[in-house]
Design a protein around this ligand. Structure first.
Ligand SMILES: NC(=O)c1ccc[n+]([C@@H]2O[C@H](COP(=O)([O-])OP(=O)(O)OC[C@H]3O[C@@H](n4cnc5c(N)ncnc54)[C@H](OP(=O)(O)O)[C@@H]3O)[C@@H](O)[C@H]2O)c1
Length: 274
């Protein structure tokens, strides 16, 4: 099976989950310099692709049974990338395809969510049997901050999130690619509890046994600090996301993830304990 974006945060988790199931994983990478990262996650071969031009995609999908497609985070050409990957898979006659979307791809207050929604449509037009996974924000986004004792975010500390464990997402993604019955389906993948960032800091302090403070950054300071390295479109996308998070956080229904896992999804405390 081919995992696109295999050297990234999600791609490594996907590669590991598939290889634990005995699947032979080909890692699609932007640069061969990332090969060791992909091999360490469990890939058995690599294929170099450029998602922006499509170069290398036909070779990457040649001979694979399935493709897991995830786009680089907040990429302005998410829809074009989805079209290039799905077209290559369709040309190669790939029978299983899963697309890593996002929770609430129809939320027009977040342009990168809307692009994910358009990408879902493009994928479905080319590959009607494709499965769509729509994860909430990952718990893993805040683990490093919790361990450091300071969770600083450029949005409200008091709106709710149903964050999800990336390992649970990868386990489900591996299952939908390796077992029948998920063709043409779309699943929201949300965690089992609603927590604000302030509550997440309190849980982290309890589990980790050291103080963890929650701090709200001014979005403008974020834009001039961590956000400064991003392209203009990606920075604007994330600023729009922070405004949406100020209004209502990001909340989904854990029912589909619970059913697919056959157990309660991992809690924030569970992720920190692990
Ligand atoms: N983080 C969350 O909470 C969350 C929640 C739901 C959905 N998602 C979605 O999950 C997806 C993956 O996120 P992530 O955090 O895992 O991303 P990531 O760590 O940035 O990984 C993206 C990968 O894509 C590769 N890449 C970038 N440009 C490329 C190109 N032109 N050609 C080929 N490969 C290229 C990168 O290569 P290099 O390794 O060389 O940089 C990287 O390995 C995103 O679409 C995001 O919207 C994330």
């Amino acid at each position: 099976m081919l995992v696109v974006g295999a050297a990234g945060k999600t791609g490594r988790a996907m590669t590991a989950a598939l290889s634990r199931r005995g699947v032979d994983v080909r890692a699609a990478l932007r640069s061969p310099a990332r090969a060791e990262t992909a091999y360490a996650a469990g890939a058995s071969s690599i294929s170099v692709v450029d998602l922006e031009s499509g170069l290398g995609l036909d070779e990457a999908v040649d001979g694979v049974d399935a493709v897991y497609h995830l786009a680089p985070n907040v990429h302005p050409d998410e829809v074009g990338i989805a079209e290039r990957v799905a077209s290559a898979a369709a040309r190669a006659g790939v029978t299983r395809f899963a697309f890593h979307s996002v929770l609430h791809p129809d939320d027009t207050s977040m342009p990168h969510h809307v692009r994910k929604g358009r990408a879902e449509t493009v994928v479905r037009e080319l590959l009607p049997h494709a499965t769509v996974l729509r994860p909430a924000a990952y718990h893993q986004n805040l683990v490093g901050a919790a361990l450091s004792g300071r969770i600083a975010v450029p949005h409200s500390l008091d709106t709710p999130f149903t964050n999800v464990d990336l390992h649970d997402v990868a386990e489900v993604a591996a299952a939908v690619l390796t077992t029948p019955g998920h063709e043409g389906r779309a699943y929201d993948l949300a965690g089992p509890e609603q927590l604000t960032v302030r509550e997440q800091a309190a849980v982290a302090a309890h589990v980790l046994g050291h103080p963890v403070v929650a701090e709200q950054l001014v979005p403008e300071a974020w834009a001039e600090g961590p956000g400064a390295a991003l392209g203009e479109q990606s920075r604007a996308d994330l600023l729009a996301m922070f405004t949406a998070y100020d209004r209502g956080g990001l909340v989904g229904d854990p029912a589909a993830l619970t059913a697919l896992l056959g157990r309660r999804p991992t809690t924030w405390a569970g992720v920190l304990t692990r």
